[in-house]
Design a protein around this ligand. Sequence first.
Ligand SMILES: [Zn+2]
Length: 467
Amino acid sequence: MAENLVPIDGEGQKKRVSYFYDSDIGGFHYGEGHCMKPTRIRMCHSLVMNYGLYKKMEIFRAKPASQREMTQFHSPDYIDFIARINPSNLKYHKQEQYKYNLGNLVEDCPVFDGLFKYCSISAGGSLEGAARLSRDKCDIALNWAGGLHHAKKGEASGFCYVNDIVLGILELLRHHSRVLYIDIDVHHGDGVEEAFYTTDRVMTISFHKYGEYFPGSGDVMDVGVKRGRYYSLNVPLRSNVSDENYKSIFEPVIQNAMESYNPGAIVLQCGADSLAGDRLGCLNLSMRGHANCVQFVKKFNKPLLILGGGGYTMRNVSRAWAFETGMAVGVELGADIPPVNEYYEYFGPEYKLDVKSSTTAEDMNTAAYLARIKRLLLENLRRLGGPPSVQMSDIPSLPMIDDPMDDPYEDEDLMDPNDRRPVGILDSRRQVDGDYSDSDDEGEGGRRNHASYYDQESSEGSFSESG
Ligand SMILES: [Zn+2]
């Protein structure tokens, strides 16, 4: 298949790429008729293998994340429930089901067989990817089973239960002062934004459809609070954005964010529901338009964690993510789907890799609208006045690490030093007590206020389609 891989021109030094895949992932089912189909990860993997990309990267099966690791962000009672619940005992837990926003099989976040294992695999890949990046074992880590950006600290949302992204970012923050999170899913990356809304150690930038659309948040005026003010950016788009218009706002915003923020690492959520023809999406990106975001971000040569996310037209999701895997290793995949491929018939009648934009969809993002949004975003970035002069002793505590935790690995001598540790994160960096004026903001009060702000947002409209 080597002729099917063409080196991309102008690439500097080749990247060391770690790719995470667990073959069990395709065996989980959200339920009949549910839009989210984990099989898409297996379809993507099949393309990756049959194009021969395995020769150009290291492939890992991550250790599934433990409950302990998940509670570095999530509340222990919620994770404990996810670990215990299954379709047969669900009927005895109506109250908790409601509390944690878990539904029966016809709802957004159903309880299905193997739910906890599914979450563990998704989160394990992102955690291990982050850990390998932090230890300088690779330049780019990929986990297409990750990117589940809607999951909240104590509840499921929009097909997402455990927020692997927040966990991965927390792992990166053990080694980097600042992490930039970019989200190109058609839906607002609300769970990640909320987790880091009050801190300047993570800048989140989400590009998404906004207005009568799940999850309802992500207005351009929502910029973060307190120490996190101007470190949350939102790019609300209207329907059918074209490749050209998307690029015209993505590139300058990311360029300016890189200059203003100078992060130590980047996490890119590549939700593929922003592609044209997605079953739930309403944007009009081609495969190349989508992948341009990966190529653009890659060029900054920062440790890069690339994750999946939404994406509900399986044949297109697998095409885009396979193409983007190629991009990570510096090759362009050939136009023809390799015929040795267990999913070959899905790609008929043309059996081509490309996902094209619709030629009839009208882009509702006018030049004036995009110019206004871009101006507001660039103004906000200018207000930062350059990267925060974060000293290690100056780092605010993050909400999810406020609770003192036992260190499960206190017997360090018994541990393989290469094993990833749960993020007892930042504790080692809390060197000086003097400058913790912010920690009150990060405690109960601040988080409660922020949660109520979200409640207002999401009650403004009803959104039947999520993800
Ligand atoms: Zn989505």
